[in-house]
Design a protein around this ligand. Structure first.
Ligand code: SAM
Length: 417
């Protein structure tokens, strides 16, 4: 039953507060002509499949070691780490319950093991090409010609409107050429399209747009019309990481820079749900609760958790290991709009606290696309206006902003349907 739900929607309910998700299936709802290739999305965590041990046996054998290590560690925690540990102990029962539910769902586990090969015959799965390198948008933006760089959007006419004696035709129409930086680039059509930038191809989902700029230009996203703001604002900032040897794939910014994000001005008049990804560092949680949310005008509402598993259903790391937890937190809060106090706001479903989403991670720091699962809690009328800040990919119906929103739109990550 869970596996049927997963196949259909990419989301499978494990219990009333826990879900297993397949990001590839969710992302693929944005595309009609192309599909996100599972073998390029799931670039990690599938090698563990060769392990002979069952998930349950491996878990049990680790428990003893884990307990000993945990005991030793707690004695040497400083004050801030002790607060973090208390937070961890509070959420742990929810994470364990969700994980147990996954381990019991044997049919779902079978599907999980095959997610990387989904839809392709053995040996035919697309691998990320080693020859073609990705375009570095940050390098490109640094050259003096950057303000003149153009992207070409290659529209195709709607197949159904071009029926020719029963056989559908695909006919190109005039490409649209537009500036790629500091410019809102939109595909307003109901089909995904291919875009070209230098010799690279990008797949742009239907009804989506991106604005590629540095944080200094984010004010250009602030809507001119009062009811053109956003009802859902997902933010995944490039937080600085405390660990010096942590591999960093993009530039990071000190916390204080995020105080100037114009979250309030981006809000719709009927208010917005703000979803902020945070790391498990207590210093950051403290900053968000006491400085960032108050400065943005956001009132905290609930926390969701993303629990990371390998293809064999085991956690990607030990739950109690202090600096490498196998989960991340999404803090949810509300930002009032101009209409929120005038009685014009729509009634909202209360957000459940400690909801857990389980998935196999994709590339480094890539978050699962759970925006759609937040729609029940978004204020204002439907369809909600949604934006992702610091985005590296695009979703149908959304605006993506950041210095590399086309990163995962590279055609390397897609195959033709
Ligand atoms: N949510 C993304 C995902 O799932 O793939 C990951 C976002 S990552 C944590 C942060 C992003 O912010 C990176 O793409 C990084 O290049 C971008 N970034 C860093 N400094 C920036 C700046 N000054 N202005 C705009 N974007 C910036």
């Amino acid at each position: 039953m869970e596996e049927n739900q997963l196949m259909e929607s990419g989301v499978s309910e494990l219990n009333s507060n826990a879900f297993f998700i397949d990001p590839v299936r969710i992302l693929n709802r944005s595309y009609t002509r192309f599909r996100v290739s599972p073998s390029t999305y799931y670039s990690r965590f599938f090698d563990s499949l060769n392990s002979a041990q069952s998930p349950k046996a491996s878990e049990d054998s680790r428990k003893g070691k884990r307990k000993r290590r945990k005991k030793k560690k707690i004695q040497s925690l400083n004050e801030r780490e002790q607060i973090a540990d208390r937070r961890h102990q509070e959420v742990k029962p929810f994470l364990l319950k969700a994980h147990e539910a996954l381990l019991k769902a044997t049919d779902l586990l079978k599907v999980l093991r095959n997610l990387r090969n989904d839809g392709c015959a053995v040996g035919e799965c697309k691998e990320l090409s080693q020859e073609s390198s990705e375009l570095s948008f940050m390098e490109l933006r640094g050259v003096w010609q950057a303000p003149l760089c153009e992207i070409v959007l290659n529209y195709q006419q709607d197949d159904k409107t071009l029926q020719n004696g029963g056989s559908p035709l695909t006919q190109s129409i005039e490409p649209k050429v537009t500036l790629v930086f500091n410019n809102l680039v939109a595909n307003e059509g109901s089909y995904d399209i291919e875009a070209e930038l230098f010799n690279h191809k990008y797949i742009i989902p239907k009804r989506s747009c991106f604005y590629m700029s540095d944080m200094q230009q984010i004010d250009s996203l602030i809507p001119a019309g009062s009811d053109c703001g956003f009802n859902l604002i997902v933010i995944d900032p490039p937080w600085e990481n405390g660990s010096a040897h942590q591999k960093v794939r993009y530039p990071t910014l000190p916390n204080r820079y995020f105080l100037s994000l114009p979250v309030k001005q981006l809000c719709h008049t009927s208010g917005a749900l703000v979803a902020l990804w945070v790391t498990n560092r207590e210093k950051l949680r403290d900053f968000v609760e006491n400085d960032l949310f108050p400065k943005w005008g956001v009132t905290y509402a609930a926390s969701f958790y993303w629990l990371k598993v390998k293809a064999n259903g085991m956690l990607t790391g030990e739950l109690d290991l202090f600096h490498h937890r196998p989960y991340e937190c999404l803090l949810l809060g509300y930002c009032d709009g101009k209409d929120t106090h005038s009685g014009n706001s729509t009634r909202l479903n209360p957000i459940p606290d400690n909801r857990v989403f389980i998935s196999v991670p994709g590339d480094y720091s890539r978050k699962p696309p759970i925006g759609e699962l937040l729609l029940d809690y978004v204020p204002g009328s439907m369809p909600a206006r949604c934006v992702e800040l610091f985005a590296r990919e695009m979703i149908a119906g959304w605006t993506s902003w950041g210095n590399e929103p086309l990163h995962f739109q590279d055609s390397r990550y897609f195959s033709k349907r």
